[in-house]
Design a protein around this ligand. Structure first.
Ligand code: PMP
Ligand code: GLN
Length: 385
């Protein structure tokens, strides 16, 4: 977690956003939208602040949000949750992940099986808790796990299987077969499934399937999501975790000493968002799918090979043709602003030392930007050839 001189090393996202700011390059690195989300949600936050919702929230979350999360899970997925016992509001999905991992793992005897490339917080949080990570690689361009590799990774030492579906950084959506295998392995080895579904509404080809809807899964699954992506409010840091009451209680026991509570007026605004009509949710997926297509075309025209993501903000490219001898994607991304005026994130930043070489040529670009921004970035990247 620390740099060579003991200083806190910036995350790859902070580093690349700072690089974009310093060089004036287009930031297709860090995943945040460059346009605001729905007026109703932002207006509700302003009204809540003006209306005096400015003190500590109740420990599990503001009741209207707990009820809205339960209603959302029922409406989209047919899941029945008790708003008073099965849900905990957190400071973004990040705190939900932190409190969950800290609550449920403690030592290297507790293994966390996770898919790689992996979101940077997962490895950092495993390090904080002392748990050992076992990674299952996902490979360009379809990024589905090999079921034998998955089966070998899950053992009786496995405490958690940490899933991220849709997946950051690859944009992969797991197949029904992969999801079923995860549940089967968790049951066989007594593991808990923790599933980070922050991109649940940003899927392009088929409706999102939460792993907790699979037969046998709900009793052993904690599901994490966040308002950041769905309502374009990444700065509000309102997330939640839901699942069996006993597991949620364990997470609450840790969360209460991380932040105690968070974001009172934003919580009630997110409740308004979760109750928006279906057309809103279909609209954000369609808009992002069109941006994914535009970015994919632009990257292909610039000479990259591109994977077609089924969800999330992100597209992965193979930058192989543009790498100088001995250069990897991390070095390429550091000079890309100078060479082309664009910032991307090297997939090596999401890799374990063991598998880093498999991702050495891959770069992640974010599609959650304005159409004119994507078009301009594509034009700039064509200049690389
Ligand atoms: N998980 C994944 C897979 C993410 O991509 C992100 C953020 N982009 C988070 C968690 C963190 O979400 P939040 O900002 O709500 O903490
Ligand atoms: N999750 C976002 C991404 O993957 C950024 C989050 C962050 O900066 N920590 O780009």
């Amino acid at each position: 977690l620390l740099g060579p001189a003991g200083e806190p090393a910036p995350t790859i996202f902070a580093e690349m956003t700072a690089l974009a700011t310093r060089t004036g390059a287009i930031n297709l690195g860090q995943g945040f939208p460059d346009e605001d989300g729905p007026d109703e949600v932002r207006d509700a936050a302003i009204a809540a602040i003006r209306g005096g919702a400015n003190q500590y929230a109740p420990g599990r979350g503001v009741p209207v949000l707990l009820q809205a999360i339960a209603a959302h899970q029922e409406r989209f997925y047919g899941l029945e949750l008790d708003p008073d016992r099965d849900i905990l509001v957190t400071a973004g999905a990040t705190e939900a992940l932190a409190a969950t991992i800290l609550a449920l793992t403690a030592s290297p005897d507790d293994e966390i099986v996770v898919f790689e490339p992996l979101y940077d917080a997962y490895a950092a949080l495993a390090a904080l808790s002392g748990a050992r990570l076992r990674t299952v690689p996902l490979r360009f361009p379809d990024f589905q796990p090999d079921l034998d590799e998955l089966a070998r990774a899950v053992t009786d030492q496995t405490r958690l299987i940490l899933v991220n579906d849709p997946h950051n950084p690859t944009g992969a959506v797991f197949t029904a077969e992969v999801r079923a295998e995860i549940v089967r392995l968790a049951e066989r080895h007594g593991a808990i499934i923790v599933t980070d579904e922050v991109y649940e509404h940003l899927v392009f080809d088929a409706p999102h399937v939460p792993i907790s809807t699979l037969p046998g899964a709900a009793a052993r699954t904690l599901t994490i999501s966040s308002a950041g992506k769905t309502f374009s409010t990444t700065g509000w840091k309102i997330g939640w975790v839901s699942g069996p009451a006993a597991l949620v209680d364990a997470v609450l026991a840790v969360k209460q000493f991380l932040t105690y509570v968070n974001g009172t007026p934003f919580q009630s605004a997110v409740a308004v968002g979760l109750a928006l009509p279906d057309a809103f949710f279909a609209g954000i997926a369609d808009t992002l799918a069109a941006k994914r297509d535009l970015l994919g075309e632009g990257l292909r025209a610039a000479g990259f090979s591109v994977s077609t993501p089924a969800g999330s903000y992100f597209t992965i490219t193979d930058a192989g043709p543009f790498l100088a001898a001995g250069q990897d994607a991390a070095e390429f991304c550091r000079v890309l602003p100078e060479r082309a005026g664009v910032v991307g994130i090297p997939v090596t930043a999401f890799a374990s030392p063991e598998h880093r070489s498999e991702y050495a040529g891959l770069v992640r670009f974010a599609a959650c930007k304005r159409v004119d921004v994507i078009a301009e970035a594509s034009a700039r990247l064509r200049g690389l050839a």
